[in-house]
Design a binder for this molecule. Sequence first.
Ligand code: NAD
Length: 285
Amino acid sequence: MPARIIDGKGIAAALNAETSRRVTAAGIRPRLVMLLAGEDPASAIYVRSKDRAARAAGLAAETIRLPGSVAEAELLGEIARLNVDPEVDGILVQLPLPEGIRARAFIEAIDPAKDVDGLTPVNAGRLLAGAPFLVPCTPLGVIKLLAAAEVATAGARALVIGRSALVGRPLAALLTGADATVTLAHSRTRDLAAECRRAEILVAAMGRAELVRGDWIGSGAVVIDVGINRLADGRLVGDVATAEAMEVAAAITPVPGGVGPMTIACLLENTLTAALARRAQPCAG
Ligand code: NAD
């Protein structure tokens, strides 16, 4: 039987509707500000999608566009200004930043109370300590997909491929918190295929087009494909060879329409979380 498709688009729409309902119930208009530096076309598309989704859910959204040649001091100045602006609930620096700009310095400059991407050391530390507050959107989306698809994580052997601060590392922490037995694989992992075959939950997040083949996947595994890769012929594919994987897996996310919409939906939820927390503790900034 071919794998069940986990409908990220539908699950994200339901989460957005819930966020919108909570925004209305709270009687607030959480404000998300995105900083977009440079001309990266994919980043421009992502920011536009986030802006549109935020407005549709009843949030206020604003994008500050800066030239690729922006001075580090100017970018830091923008973040400092947004940190103290009482009208701003969430600050997102769209990655990647233009060449020559050290992303870490900017991420670390964001007030953790407004860090809706969950990448500041404070929020990354809270997650590792088992007390998450604002959690990176893509890994949070993966956990919500697993929950919506009623995949049992407790005791399951989970493999995460990719150890970035944005996806792999926080996802390994979240899966650990969800009681899975987690293996974190990366570019130096020996015999990745063997690691994959052992996994009951397999999350591919390495940005290598269709690297995970059907015969790497254990029978009945649940496969979450985070990768987004544009092929030379223009097609968009994930990190998993989907058609092959469908022959063996129990369930799989499509690309596009899987993890991508969840990332945006979790950003909106994080903005609401930040807005409610700031209103509960106005001194938090
Ligand atoms: P990254 O380049 O920062 O990290 C890639 C990771 O994969 C590294 O830890 C590296 O060790 C590992 N890796 C690379 N080649 C490997 C190999 N051959 N075998 C095993 N591991 C390997 O990337 P990222 O920011 O974590 O993103 C990963 C992928 O997820 C990309 O395709 C990106 O476009 C996609 N992504 C999607 C969303 C979404 O919303 N769907 C969000 C963020 C990232």
